[in-house]
Design a binder for this molecule. Sequence first.
Ligand code: PEP
Ligand code: MN
Length: 373
Amino acid sequence: MIVILKPNTDETSNAFKKTWDYLNKLENIRIQKHIVEGKFQRLTEIYLFGDTAALNKEMIETLPAVDRVVRVSQEYRILGRHKDSKRTTGFEYNGVHFDQDNLNIFAGLCAVDTKKHVELMMKALNENGQTCTRMGAYKPRTNPYSFQGHGKECLPYVFELAGKYSIKIIAMEVTHENHIEEIREALRQTGDPTGVMLQVGTRNTQNFELLKAIGRQNDFPVLLKRGFGITLNESLNAAEYLASEGNARVVFCLRGMKTSFSEPHRNMVDFSLVPAVKRLTRMPVCIDPSHSVGSREASPEGILDVFHASTQGVIAGANMLLVDFHPDPIHALVDGPQALLLKELPKFLESVSIAREAYEKIKNLFSPAKSVK
Ligand code: PEP
Ligand code: MN
């Protein structure tokens, strides 16, 4: 059960204290407070765990600070929608807003290789009006002898360059909980020039101890990749692990499924599930066309498959786009073959905005205002 308090409820008010004390004394019930920082208001939600079936919803709704009470199903208790369309879907981080209605683009390096490449990438992003990027410092690799990323050594210059080019958020995969502290420390040392969104890779979607560790911190929001060989339900439950530990600032990323039926693509593009994830949960949904397609192949009209997959995901309503670029893909240490070129960035952004406009137009056909006779 979720008790949603009136917007901007002050925790020092009597109304809050009375409400909290009442809920805290309920027998066989554990309560957990969660703050949702929205664009215009601050919402406090109190989660009730335990024997909630016996509770009187109407009674709780009469408590002074309570706006409404939502009964939740067993699935995705915190991140799920539970047929309450009024609940907020987003969060704000370092000046960037994430929700199920907008779109943020994270173009960047799959892996940090050289400082020069990081600078060229960030400069190009800045020149094209971009404020978010992706930069891998910790790379999980199939082959133990492959380059595993520069790790914490590269963090200071990556963060400083982000500050120099006004990049507000870097999506960065972590593969061990120690990496969170390394990132925190490097940000501190460089004077917090940027923000980081912790990425959980597809190989770690069900690494429950890592999920719990990431869920226990609230400094950084999380980008959780769908597991490439598990059901959608299993991946959504992985996201719920993060929220159950206290961090509900989660973006869910579709990145394609591993199957030989996807050939010649690297993975089976699964972006048709964007609306399904939005219906089942309140998470903003990201698409990763680079790891889905895995190459620079183009269709006969000259459009790269990565462009096709991107616009397909955007027209399906995606809220975030994670895409690999590289200034010199031939010399990239990871995933060069799927990287887009810096000179392709303007055309890429233009394609995405055309697809987004088409999505908005289609959405308007279904908006309540249009259906009034
Ligand atoms: C990545 O985004 O760099 C990555 C490794 O993706 P995935 O976990 O989806 O393979
Ligand atoms: Mn990659």
